[in-house]
Design a protein around this ligand. Sequence first.
Ligand code: AVW
Length: 249
Amino acid sequence: LLLIIVVAVVLGLILRQGTSFKSTFIDRCEQFEGYNCEKIWGAFEKAYVGRDPCEVPMEAYDPFIAAAHFKPACGRMMFWSKTKDLVHDFTEKKDCFLTLEDTLLGSVVNDLTWCGKEGSSETFTTGCPGWTYCENNTVRSFWNRASAAFADVACGDVTAMLNGSITTPFNSASIFASIEVKRFDSSRVKNLNVVLVTQKNFVTNCTNASLKNLQKELDAGIKYNCKEVAEAQIHECSSDPQKPCGSCW
Ligand code: AVW
């Protein structure tokens, strides 16, 4: 009897886990108007369900990207690298910029972990491979694919918030460097405005060597601009509802 109870509890936990991931996904999706969230979920799930979680290439998410098509917000798109918390605190409070995580594409799974398993039709949220454990893991491939889609539609003036407290704010291993910048197309993107976020004793400024690489990587025809902005100034600006976006830096 004890064994049956234990098995039932474990099974219950496993099933509940899968359901709660799906309901989080659907709830978040429904915050956006005009989408068929069940259909988007179906396309998303197809990428990894029943597969080895280390063998999910980014292309596996193509049907999800197609189902969750979104309209680009020219002039308002915000990219970032190593500034996750600051940038999202900012875009949450001020309505001027949109990160990938503020769109349906990124918000449905932001801060979540998920994967499938061979021979199973479930979605698991524990025991999934970590970001660097294997190249083609469920979560990493998702962010690679979603970031590519976000960068593909980038248009007008594009902003990137980079971290001026590290020696390599433009790191070739990052998604921003390895995927997004490479996909900015000069027929759509006019300017790349880098906001280099600095702290008190900052180690990096706009003359940084990695930022030279960024300029080299940019499609000819895209203008580049860099501005050092103190982190405190960004915090002040986002917490003051009176201050217009354009005055933050
Ligand atoms: P990031 P990116 N282990 O701050 O330029 C676990 O480096 O890459 O910025 N999680 C990781 C790891 C790791 N080693 N590396 C990255 N991550 C995850 C989408 C973690 O969640 C937007 F459009 C970390 O916070 C941005 O423009 C996140 O990836 C661009 O891609 C970002 O790592 C930011 O990617």
